[in-house]
Design a binder for this molecule. Structure first.
Ligand code: PLP
Length: 402
């Protein structure tokens, strides 16, 4: 059996998405900027997708900028605000647990005249809104705080954060913008931007059954935003380059499905996650859930297994056809322990023992039962994990009985 539980890294495309895209690779191959009817049909496909993406997060279609993915959306938001507002202020506030698309952009800006405050998080992975209030300065131009964390799923109190930003504006910090990286929240959590009160929001198609290499940045009307790329006047002058028409059409379809199926998908993911967590916790001693168990998206379960090496468990599971990850996909290959779990205050041992199981609504109960049977089953898996230690069971290891 093959079980894909690495849906925070990427998801399978929905068949409806593939179907919607196909004509735009062949018959509808026009350049959306062309005046003739081929071009106009491609443009119509893009504008339909724009309406769908806008409807998913409740904003105006004119406030959606299509980009190449979450990384570009984050870069455009952070660098775009910084560069267009550098005469008004040079201070940015973010958190220590952001995705590298935000963190590395902030670090690059630090070498270019900007000051960045990296807010810490609690042991459960939440920022303290009071610390955000204290960090705001006269020259703060941007607060960038992710909605859901990619390693643990922890959801930040964005509405409260937006309230603090609004208060600061009312006190006179009127050059201040709020950006949220919602790449891991879109399609897994109800998001209504009008209620939330953010100025910029990043999303990525491949995280919710859309195509890879697609994404969007919501830019509230009136936000002063610089550009990453220079060229033509595409995307209302925000992002030049011939549009990825099939990709955008696929993103639009994925957005439509995410909106219409959101409640069902959330319910399914929550049931699968809870089933896995309850069973694992009842079978093994020394398992902890990393992050806030209440404030999180239903798609992620980050577990630390006491006395187990997460990488070895990943490989052992892979040999049984089960895909999970340790830390974030983007950080894998790095020998550094996860910066997110470090910021949560976990010990090196706890980080070493952490495994991320991430779900989509395409997973089934049978798949989770298979994972549970492999984890707790006969000694085959344990042998694979510890070939030199005979037949010691994973269960015994986690209880420290070796
Ligand atoms: N932000 C977060 C929170 C992510 O999890 C990711 C991808 O893992 C990204 C940004 C980058 O998105 P993309 O893969 O579309 O570049």
């Amino acid at each position: 059996m093959k079980v894909y539980l690495d849906n925070s890294a990427t998801t399978a495309m929905a068949s409806e998405v593939i179907e919607a895209m196909l004509p735009y690779f062949a018959d509808e191959m026009g350049n959306a900027q062309s005046v003739h009817s081929f071009g106009q049909r491609a443009k119509a496909g893009i504008e339909k997708a724009r309406r769908e993406v806008a409807a998913l997060i409740n904003v105006a279609p004119t406030e959606i900028v299509f980009v190449s993915g979450g990384t570009e959306a984050d870069n455009l938001a952070v660098r775009g605000v910084a560069e267009a507002n550098r005469e008004r202020g040079r201070h940015i506030i973010t958190t220590r647990i952001e995705h590298p698309a935000v963190l590395a952009t902030c670090e690059a800006l630090e070498t270019n005249g900007f000051r960045v405050t990296y807010l810490p998080v609690s042991g459960k992975g939440l920022i303290n809104p009071g610390e955000l209030r204290d960090a705001l300065a006269e020259d703060t131009i941007l607060v960038s705080i992710m909605m859901a964390n990619n390693e643990t799923g922890t959801i930040q109190p964005i509405e409260e954060i937006a309230g603090i930003v609004a208060e600061a504006r009312a006190r006179g910090l009127d050059n201040l913008y709020l950006h949220t990286d919602a790449v891991q929240a879109v399609g897994k959590h109800h998001i209504d931007v009008r209620e939330l009160g953010v100025d910029l929001l990043s999303l990525s198609g491949h995280k919710f059954h859309g195509p890879k290499g697609t994404g969007a940045l919501f830019v509230r009307k009136g936000v002063r935003l610089g550009k990453l790329l220079h060229g033509g006047h595409h995307e209302r002058d925000r992002r030049p380059g011939t549009e990825n028409v099939p990709g955008i059409v696929g993103l639009g379809k994925a957005a439509e499905l995410a909106r219409t199926l959101l409640d069902r998908r959330i319910k399914r993911m929550r049931e699968l996650r809870d089933h896995l967590e309850k069973s694992v916790i009842s079978r093994f001693d020394g398992v902890r859930i990393n992050g806030d168990v209440d404030q999180r998206v239903p798609s992620v379960s980050n577990l630390s297994f006491d006395g187990i090496d997460g990488e070895s468990l990943l490989i052992a599971l892979d040999l049984k056809g089960i895909a999970v990850s340790t830390g974030s996909a983007c950080a894998s290959g790095s020998i550094e322990p996860s910066h997110v779990l470090q910021a949560f205050g976990l010990s090196r041992e706890e980080i070493r023992g952490s495994v991320r199981f991430s779900f989509s609504a395409f997973n089934t109960q049978d798949e989770i039962d298979y994972v549970l049977s492999v984890l707790g089953g006969p000694r085959t898996l344990q042998k694979e994990m510890n070939p030199n230690e005979g037949t010691e069971s994973l269960e015994a290891q986690s209880r420290g009985q070796s």
